[in-house]
Design a protein. Sequence first.
Length: 413
Amino acid sequence: MTEVTREDCVARDASDPLASFRSEFVLPEGVIYLDGNSLGVLPARTAAHLEHVVTQEWGQGLIRSWNDAGWFDKPRTLGDRVGGLIGAGPGQVVVCDSTSVNVFKALSAALGLRPGRDVVVGDRDNFPTDLYMMQGATGTLGGYEHRLIWADGPELADVLDERVAAVVLTHVDYRTGRMYDMAAVTAQVQAAGALMIWDLAHSVGALPVDLDGCGVDLAIGCTYKYVNGGPGAPAFIYVASRHQDSASQPLSGWHGHAEPFAFTPDYAPAPGITRFLVGTPHLLSYAGLESSLEIWDRVDLASLRAKSLALTDLFIELVEARVGEHVEVVTPRDHAVRGSQVSLRHEDGYAPMQALIERGVIGDFRAPDLMRFGFTPLYVGYADVWDAVDVLTDILTTEVWREPRYATRHAVT
Ligand SMILES: Cc1ncc(COP(=O)(O)O)c(C=O)c1O
């Protein structure tokens, strides 16, 4: 049994130092949104900012906005601001392309920095696009061996040797919410002479990250989840300063050229992080990210982490007390290895999630049997957690989820 009451949760919301951020987001009436780890909520200021970019910068400024509205520099200026969320000093992050494309660029660059090594290491349980892009990048180059680690399989120490060129891992696992020790793993990989590439899709905006402090080589991530940049918001890539001028990437488009407006026939990479750009930035998507970064500029990441852990602790405590016999909490209890989501294993998983969504509690499902709940401290409160578990309890104990209509599979789960 738990001693926690709804009144306790309401009191915690009242004394929450991050509580004022909630009013900066558009939360639909009757919805408890626990899926910000998939698509973040719309910031209240974003519609007006998009309108400004469309009607003024595009509508009135037209081609002049490439210079006058700073469009041409957005990948770098927004990159530096995203860098502030992940412990990256200026000039090491550009906002561009998708996470998948950036995996390709980061891995290709890493392989070029480690000539003579012919092994790439990944995690079999990583989000599949990272594995697919590893296969694509090494397939294009040819001659690489893949070694995979996983929970019950080989460990990193088992696969690292002098043949390994690069290791690609996601910092917080998208299924379980388990988090790697970034400093320790980076040091372990580098001690073997390899380069470390982190996918920060489930870390950026979810918890503090210290890329420079951990000596990371390269990183990538997206901005449509915890960062709230909007559907299809641009991704980012980080390349540590020490690697930039010796690194090259194969998608040699004109925005990565040293002199894009010289229009010379041969490619010559720009100095620094700019060489990781490819083509014309998707300016309207950048506008959504730019708007959400106005909020992030005011967020204390230590407070964010403290609340994230408190929310996930509360969710785990209430779930175990009220529906512990129906689900298994697969997310680690240990704060040191927990991200900002909690995943519950259930005999079905999909149908109960559909029943939850119908009742306004929005999480998602990850095959084969996980119900996933993301906790975004800027707009989720303690009473939301209590209410969500209350609905979950009703759905699981009444077994209403067994009604056939909840079994219909949608394309996006
Ligand atoms: C770890 C990880 N990497 C990458 C992606 C998606 O890549 P992209 O932004 O290219 O669709 C996801 C999507 O959820 C993810 O969880």
